[in-house]
Structures are given as structure tokens and as C-alpha cells.
Design a protein. Structure first.
Length: 442
């Protein structure tokens, strides 16, 4: 399990800039306006050779004066509850203000390891002024400039030192692990009951890695399956946005552990940004996905046609994961769901022969004009499948920089047309190899 590092602080102290700096790419929206980041943003990164999930949060008001401020507060509290380490960002130019005191009190009461990052210390003079922040009682303040990159190495060292120790991964039986994920109130609990209640014996229940959850082990025909349950989990005091964002962190943890995610969405509502965030993380984590459109019985035929078009448009970035329309409460369409999830699990383990791959490369080279930059044209010398789960292919080429996104998409589409790989991402790697080396090797 990747540890979670949450970045918190009041508005406009540079949390998103620090998030982007640690992540190494501009993911968060940055504007010189308070309150720009209203939804938490997640990103996987590695700090000092430790993998982790970074969580960017909105500006925290301990005593919110608006509905939006109240929702952000619930979101941040949810992030704090799930975090392994918290980076508390303050502004060196403002000094210690009352809101910083209040946030510091909240963080101390959480019992979590906290790193105090004094941001915008862009010069030695501002660095010398950070001593005032000792009074927050959080620990040694670290002077940083997220914008200029000052002090980031030291900050990274301290964060890495506070992460929980690595736990050796125990070998598990070779059985598919499915996770039910999605926003609150989309029917995850009902779906769970529909899956487990169809006269299939639950063999046992084993402690889940995530808090408050149990993994169910059950049989489908002759196949033993682990069902990672994130359904119906609520924490007292977290309502509305708090529950929703707490659920997203829970979903991230479940997705990391699963082979195939069952992403549940609600047919009675338009697809939300939160649905797409979870789907995007499934794709980013290179896990299989079955898109489960629940409550299909509650909308009219006209609405169904409109919803299919809406769904296709919103999920066009994952065309390999076709939707399944179900009513979990009526158990309509449920007979096809687990077989589809098992098919995706099997597709992830598909291993092509080298002969099949060689033939594929020849056909692909003939049917597509290869990318070119100036006089130099891409040459594909060969390919091999190096692993499964997810299927991973390494292409030997003369110049990887000539591989455009459109050409990668072309190769992926051709692989799917020829060999399937339904419901799973495919990883394509392009490795530079000279033509001379190919001839010498062959």
C-alpha cells in the first residue's frame, strides 16, 4: 500500500505549487487568487525512493463563513483522517496568524506526523524570519520556496523519514481481487449484497488493509474470488462532501490492491467529476475496470438513450471498458457482471507468443504511415511482451521521441482489434535500439 501524504494549510499559502513541485508536473490549478483549489487532487510520486500518494487540499477555514468553506473543511478533515504524513504549509511573508494557530491545534489533535513547511522563503532574509513559527508547536519549521525549489530536498528527506516502515509483501493465492468503488449513494452496498447473495457460499472473511472494511472471499463456479469492500463506509461527523472525499481516498487504497475495479455510477444522475476522477485513477494505476451503471430501472427509455450517449462522451478516454447496465436492487443484469469481471482478469494475464507479436508488427508497419520529424522517420524493428497484469509491450525503435501519442493510440487499437485485452489498460514502452544492433543480434 502506498502511504498517503496530505498537504494542508489556509488559502493562498502555495499548497498547489508545492504539490506540483513534489509531483514533478503541473497537475493542480495555480492562480494568484485565494481558494483556487477547491477539490482535492491526487497524484502518485516517489520521494527518496519511497512511492506515495500526494493529496492536495483546498484552503482550510477552521470556522467557515460560507457553504463552500464548510465543504472544503470537511474535505480537508477527511484527508487528515486518512493521511500517514501531513505537510502543513504556512506563509513566511504573513508570519503566524490566527488561522495558522487554529490549524496547528487541529493537526496536533490528529496525532499524525506533521511537517511544518514555511513557504515563500525566497531569499535568506525571509529564511531568517521563520523562527516565529516555532510557537505553533508543530516542530522544526522548514524554510522552503515551492515556486523556486528552495529547501525541497530537505523537506523531502523529513517527509520520507516519517513514512510508515515498508512491510514485506506476502505471497497471496492466485485469485482475482475485485474492488467495488464509486461515489456515496450510487448503490455500492446493494451491489455487494446482490453479488454475495446469489446462493454462493462466503468461504470466510479476512481483515482488509483499509480501515473499517472486510474482504469477502467467495466462490463463483469453481473460481475463488476476493471482493474488496468499500461500500457503505461512513465515519461519524463526516457528512456531504466529507463523506464523498473520504470515500475517494478509500477508493484509491482499494484500487491499489485490486486486479479489477467495479466502478459504480448512478443512472439517475449525470456523470460527475468525481466519477471521472476515480476512473482516471483506475487507468493511471493500470488496473482493469468494469463500468457498472446502476439504478437502470429508474429511468425511461428516452433517458436511457440519452444517458448512453452522455456516458460514451464522458468516458471516451477509456473506450476499452464497456458499460454494464444493472439494477442491483432488482438484480437485473447481475448474472453477467462477475463473468465480465473474471474475463477482464483473464485478459490482463494474456501472454502473446513471439510469433504473434512479430506478425502484428509487420501488419502494423504496413497499414500505417510511420511518424516523421524532418528527414528522420520512425522505424520499428520489433517488439516483445515483457509482462502481464497489465499486458506490457516493449517496442524496439530507432528514436522514441518520434513516437507521437496518435501512433501509440493506433498501436493500442490494433492490439485490441487483434487480441482483445478487453477492460484492461495496455502499457506500451518504446526503447531506442540501433538498426546495427538489430542486425548483429539477428
Amino acid at each position: 500500500m502506498k502511504p498517503i501524504v496530505a498537504i494542508v494549510g489556509r488559502a493562498n499559502v502555495g499548497k498547489s505549487t508545492l504539490f506540483n513541485r513534489l509531483l514533478g508536473e503541473p497537475v493542480a490549478i495555480i492562480e494568484d487568487l485565494p481558494g483556487t483549489t477547491r477539490d482535492r487532487i491526487f497524484g502518485d510520486t516517489s520521494i527518496k525512493e519511497r512511492e506515495m500518494t500526494l493529496v492536495d487540499t483546498g484552503g482550510l477555514e477552521t470556522k467557515p463563513t460560507s457553504v463552500l468553506g464548510g465543504k472544503v473543511k470537511l474535505q480537508v478533515e477527511a484527508a487528515i483522517a486518512e493521511a500517514d504524513v501531513i505537510i502543513f504549509v504556512v506563509d513566511s511573508r504573513d508570519g503566524v496568524i490566527s488561522t495558522d494557530w487554529e490549524i496547528a491545534h487541529l493537526l496536533r489533535s490528529s496525532g499524525k506526523p506533521v511537517v511544518l513547511a514555511v513557504n515563500k522563503a525566497d531569499n535568506p532574509h525571509l529564511e531568517q524570519q521563520i523562527a516565529d513559527f516555532y510557537q505553533l508547536g508543530i516542530g522544526i519549521p522548514l524554510a522552503i520556496s515551492a515556486y523556486h525549489g528552495r529547501g525541497i530536498n530537505r523537506l523531502s528527506d523529513v517527509v520520507a523519514s516519517l513514512l510508515p516502515p515498508l512491510i514485506p509483501v506476502l505471497s497471496e493465492p492466485d485469485r482475482p481481487k475485485l474492488a467495488i468503488v464509486g461515489r456515496p449513494n450510487v448503490g455500492k452496498s446493494t451491489l455487494l449484497n446482490a453479488i454475495l447473495g446469489e446462493e454462493r457460499a462466503i468461504v470466510d472473511q479476512i481483515p482488509g488493509t483499509t480501515r473499517d472494511a472486510l474482504d469477502s472471499v467467495f466462490h463463483y463456479d469453481s473460481q475463488e474470488i476476493v471482493l474488496i469492500d468499500t461500500a457503505g463506509i461512513r465515519r461519524r461527523g463526516h457528512i456531504d462532501a466529507g463523506i464523498e472525499y473520504y470515500g475517494v481516498i478509500r477508493a484509491l487504497r482499494a484500487i491499489e490492491r485490486c486486479d479489477v475495479a467495479l466502478l459504480v455510477i448512478d443512472a439517475t444522475e449525470l456523470i460527475t467529476a468525481q466519477d471521472l476522477h476515480i476512473a482516471g485513477y483506475i487507468k493511471e494505476a493500470l488496473k482493469g475496470m468494469v463500468l457498472v451503471v446502476n439504478k437502470w430501472d429508474l429511468i425511461s427509455e428516452k433517458q436511457k438513450n440519452e444517458y448512453r450517449q452522455h456516458l460514451e462522451q464522458r468516458f471516451k478516454f477509456m473506450p476499452y471498458a464497456p458499460p454494464f447496465y444493472v439494477s442491483a436492487i432488482l438484480r437485473q443484469g447481475m448474472d453477467r457482471l462477475i463473468p465480465e469481471a473474471l474475463l477482464v482478469w483473464q485478459e490482463r494475464q494474456k501472454q502473446l507468443s513471439q510469433t504473434e507479436i512479430d506478425e502484428f508488427v509487420k501488419r502494423a508497419a504496413i497499414t500505417e504511415i510511420l511518424p516523421q520529424a524532418g528527414p528522420k522517420r520512425l522505424k520499428v524493428y520489433g517488439a516483445s511482451q515483457t509482462k502481464t497484469s497489465p499486458p506490457t509491450f516493449v517496442f524496439s525503435v530507432n528514436e522514441p521521441r518520434l513516437v507521437h501519442f496518435s501512433y501509440q493510440r493506433f498501436l493500442e487499437n490494433k492490439l485490441r482489434q487483434a487480441f482483445g485485452f478487453q477492460g484492461t489498460p495496455i502499457r506500451l514502452i518504446f526503447k531506442k535500439v540501433s538498426g546495427k544492433r538489430i542486425k548483429e543480434g539477428g
